[in-house]
Design a binder for this molecule. Structure first.
Ligand code: NAG
Length: 373
């Protein structure tokens, strides 16, 4: 019985290897959502799934008497790296362009061309002193809740993106402040400090309009699957990019997939970061269709309806890279929190941390310097 099913599995994997779809890379959005869900649910991580598949591919090529590097265009664990400058897609194919190179899916250990491996231009921030003012925890197990009753900290991860300017308009119309956990280069959007993109102006606008800018790492990798050097780069590269736009960089961050083991916590403590999680997740990123987004609105309303602004507060998470979140769910949330008597504030405000502590002045950035204080 065991043998029979193993044989069947081999047949199936051979069928997969030889079918005509093999060179088609993944679609960008769907895979990422799936991996995010898997990571959040603590089920088999994407890294393990990929490793398993590639081990099977490796064994097939050995059976056929082929050397790994003859296995045309393949890459990944047990196989090897792509040619210099090429990207290794999520499915383990070498290539160039968005479908192969976008973070977080491009396999950074097997494709030097992956977006995640491209350092931004700008002055190095790693020498900036990491003082730790204020009462909010640095590093460690992180922060899940606001402290001041009546506050709601709306937070948006993974942007800025093409919807973010419209989101800023919406927040402004409600007099709401939010926190943006910015990712430096993900989903093929380009580097946030590339002057050819819309992002530098959006990030400056966020700051000018009283929102808090925080880090969601350079390219949204799972910290627990990185070396210490790789994770440090994930933090410092985002600092370099943000500092080149603002003249300062954040002391607040959220780990991608909310995953941050002890190495990650120790590095963040040394770099002087507050690790921010959340206590309400409407899962807007899983409900990005008109017929689905009501599910997220209901999650929100249930939380708010059962609460009292005299005694309660919320630290909420959304993602401004999803259309229904920005153009539909956020209206519901803003209208609801205002009518329930809450105030939308930044994470720093909801933790009672003065704005002076939200950032560090960086070297060589625009004249703004410490101008946020
Ligand atoms: C907004 O969400 C509702 C469900 O709450 C849905 O019926 C409607 O189609 C959505 N609107 C748009 C423009 O997608």
């Amino acid at each position: 019985m065991k043998l029979a099913s193993a044989f069947l599995a081999v047949l199936l994997s051979l069928a997969w290897a030889h079918d005509g779809r093999k060179h088609i890379p993944k679609t960008v959005g769907g895979r990422r959502l799936l991996s995010e869900l898997q990571a959040q649910q603590g089920s088999m991580s994407r890294g393990h799934a990929v490793a398993k598949r590639h081990t099977a591919a490796h064994q097939r090529s050995v059976l056929k008497g082929r050397r790994d590097d003859d296995d045309d265009g393949r890459c990944g664990p047990g196989i090897g790296s792509c040619a210099s400058g090429d990207c290794c897609s999520y499915e383990g194919w070498c290539g160039k362009g968005k479908d192969y190179c976008s973070a977080p899916d491009c396999q950074i250990n097997y494709g030097s061309g992956c977006d995640a491996n491209q350092k931004p231009s700008g002055t190095d921030t790693s020498g900036v002193a990491r003082t730790k003012p204020g009462n909010v925890l640095y590093g460690g197990a992180g922060v899940y809740d606001c402290v001041d009753p009546g506050n709601i900290a709306l937070t948006f991860d993974d942007g800025p993106y093409i919807y973010t300017n419209d989101l800023l308009d919406k927040l402004k119309s409600y007099g709401a402040k939010a926190t943006f956990f910015v990712t430096g280069n993900n989903i093929g959007k380009g580097k946030i400090n590339d002057p050819a993109t819309i992002y530098p102006a959006i990030i400056q606008r966020m700051h000018a309009e009283g929102h808090q800018i925080a880090s969601h790492t350079w390219s949204h990798q799972n910290a627990n699957q990185l070396t210490k050097t790789q994770f440090t780069d994930q933090m410092v590269w985002n600092e370099i990019a943000l500092n080149s736009i603002l003249g300062f960089f954040p002391t607040y961050m959220r780990p991608p997939y909310s995953i941050c083991g002890t190495d990650c916590q120790d590095i963040l403590s040394a770099l002087g970061y507050h690790i921010i999680y959340f206590d309400v997740d409407t899962a807007g990123y899983l409900n990005n269709r008109p017929a689905q987004i009501q599910t997220s609105k209901d999650i929100w309303s249930e939380a708010i309806d059962a609460s009292d602004p005299e005694s309660d507060s919320f630290l909420q998470i959304e993602h401004d890279i999803h259309y229904q979140t920005v153009y539909n769910l956020t209206d519901h949330i803003l209208a609801s929190l205002v009518s329930a008597g809450y105030k939308a504030v930044t994470v720093g405000q909801c933790l009672g941390d003065p704005p002076a502590n939200w950032y560090r002045a960086g070297p060589g950035g625009p004249a703004a310097g410490a101008g946020w204080k």
